[in-house]
Design a protein around this ligand. Structure first.
Ligand code: GLC
Length: 574
């Protein structure tokens, strides 16, 4: 069964306002009881996701892999790793998802393969200068005997980006040594990935999340980064501030110009979202457009600190960028690489309170939203995992670990792993803390002030309310009607609403308030967030329909406590 479009929107445009739920497959649900999540587990929980109210799932890599980097080290791009199931499990899962109206986005990892990929084992078995080595980036070393790496590039996971092989040559790996970088100037590499795209499109996937989308092409000659890196910093810290010779090279766009016609040749709006980092918003915008990719993650929103000024700035920038590229932006607060936002915002009750407010702010903005599994449960980062259980390869090299945001989800019950696996299952691959008993899906279901019920209510309203959230080309948003596909006016310009139908309202310092335009006759919706230290009285925006904390009201208006957000509706007058 095909998936029907949101009301008022052509099927091809579904992604423009979609809520996409990121499933970190290893940690979502374990159907076979081996302690690791799997595709059958995803399938079994699809009704939960449909009821939560999301539109699509992004599944992190489930391909054959030695799992050095949690599956971002792929040994076979056309098969499912046995730990996650089989291709038949994938087919059953996607059939059920589509029947429930859920779309499926899969991760594609084109910058590097696993060192267990047959291409790499063939490269190691072949001599320097061979055709087999040319699919990767093998080079002779520098210095006497070639004992020094070919250049000064650093791995994102720490240490040099080069590893030496027994015959003396070195190969490039921007990540772990078990993740050798491919040579994207090689026609076979390009042909292979075009075929991999078709393989998954033929199996019905609705889109791709492109891993390290800015990394595939390296500057000709592999020049040194040089000494522009401040003392004590790592090269990767320049990301987003300076151009590195291994990121965001112009020729990478040729790859996406070749991929787009492939996506467009399939019906129903197959899309691609880039994990890309670039020096400026203008350079990031070059990844997006009718002849390249549909979207890129807006990590500035994730990186914003908890203040009105910080969020105002990133929202304005994102809306302006959406105007540049002619497509709505994306909003994301957490993912499998970053500390969970409950913890970033202060942890404990404070962090949770802010996270709930942030969710209402995010879900009221125009564009698409990427939720990370467990944020709907208000899960914090697990900070005290024993070192010996940590699996992130970056941990051994830098001491930093992403395992704390990857702890398996609590579904039900009183004892670990809280329903992650069936009764009698092996312990989960990372242990959930005892406090997660109260955070499980069943513990929160039907509890009116739980974070899960807040997300459910917000997602329901986002779907049903005429002012939310759509994009300027969608129904319920007159601001962009008749304009170029997806583009609104510049923020604050002209009509009643600026980019994406967002109209900033005057508010006191520490408070953000923006209204979403509604079609004629429908009530306008205003989202107000109080980042300040004191409660504020909110007037003029109408009646609260959803708030992140309980509010008190009196004749003067509604009191919005600190670290709280609310959605207010008022009939449009005049
Ligand atoms: C991306 C992924 C991350 C992975 C890396 C290498 O940044 O999100 O999890 O480690 O690419 O593939």
């Amino acid at each position: 069964m095909s998936v029907s479009p949101a009301p008022g929107r052509p099927a091809e445009d579904w992604w423009k306002s979609a809520v996409v739920y990121q499933v970190y497959v290893r940690s979502f649900a374990d159907a076979d009881g081996d302690g690791v999540g799997d595709l059958a587990g995803v399938r079994s929980r699809l009704p939960y996701l449909r009821d939560l109210g999301v539109d699509a799932l992004w599944l992190t890599p489930f391909y054959r892999s030695p799992m050095v980097d949690g599956g971002y080290d792929v040994a076979d791009y056309r098969d499912v790793d046995p730990v996650f199931g089989t291709l038949a499990d994938f087919d059953h899962m996607i059939t059920d998802a589509h029947a429930l109206g859920l779309r499926i986005i899969v991760d594609i990892v084109p910058n590097h393969t696993s060192d267990a990929h047959p291409w790499f084992t063939a490269a190691l078995a072949s001599p320097p200068g061979s055709a087999e080595r040319d699919r990767y980036l093998f080079r002779d070393g520098r210095g006497p005997g070639g004992d020094l790496p070919p250049n000064d590039w650093e791995s994102i996971f720490g240490g040099p980006a080069w590893t030496r092989v027994p015959d003396g040559q070195w190969y490039l790996h921007l990540f772990d040594p078990a993740q050798p970088d491919l040579n994207w100037r090689h026609p076979e590499v390009r042909a292979e990935f075009e075929d991999v795209l078709r393989f998954w499109l033929d199996r019905g996937v609705d889109g791709f999340r492109i891993d390290v989308a800015h990394g595939m092409i390296k500057a000709e000659g592999l020049p040194d980064v040089g000494d522009g890196v401040p003392a004590g910093q790592r090269q990767v810290e320049l990301l987003g501030r300076a151009r590195l010779p291994y990121f965001d090279q112009d020729e990478v766009h040729d790859i996406y110009r070749a991929w787009r016609p492939i996506l467009d040749s399939y019906p129903g709006g197959r899309m691609a979202v880039a994990e890309a980092w670039a020096e400026t918003p203008q350079r990031l915008a070059r990844y997006i457009g009718p002849d390249e990719l549909h979207q890129a993650f807006n990590f500035d929103f994730l990186d914003a600190t908890w203040s009105a000024d910080s969020f105002r700035k990133v929202i304005d920038t994102a809306l302006a960028e959406a105007t540049i590229v002619g497509a709505p932006t994306t909003w994301v607060l957490s993912n499998h690489d970053k500390q969970r936002h409950v913890t970033r915002y202060g942890d404990g009750a404070l962090g949770l309170r802010r996270a709930r407010a942030a969710a209402l702010m995010m879900l009221a903005l125009p564009g698409s939203v990427y939720l990370y599994q467990g944020e709907e449960l208000g899960l914090p980062e697990v900070l005290d995992l024993p070192d010996e259980l940590r699996q992130d390869p970056a941990f051994r090299r830098t001491g930093e670990s992403r395992d704390g945001c990857r702890v398996p989800l609590p579904w039900s019950g009183d004892v670990p792993p809280y329903g992650f696996g069936p009764a009698g299952a092996a312990p989960a691959w990372l242990p959930a803390p005892p406090t997660w008993r109260a955070r499980s899906v069943t513990a929160q279901t039907g509890v009116p002030d739980s974070t899960l019920e807040l997300y459910r209510a917000a997602l329901r309203l986002r779907r049903d309310h005429p002012a939310l959230p759509g994009d300027p080309a969608g129904a319920g948003d007159p601001a962009g009607a008749g304009g170029p596909a997806g583009a609104g006016g510049p923020a604050g310009a002209g009509g009643p609403a600026g980019a994406g139908g967002v109209r900033w309202r005057e508010s006191e310092p520490g408070v953000l308030a923006f209204s979403r335009a509604a079609p004629a006759g429908a009530p306008e919706l205003t989202c107000v967030v109080n980042f300040g230290d004191e409660p504020v009285t909110v007037r003029d925006y109408g009646t609260p329909i959803l708030t992140s904390e309980l509010l008190a009201g009196d004749a003067d208006g509604t009191t919005l406590p600190t670290d709280t957000a609310g959605w207010f509706v008022r009939p449009v007058t005049g």
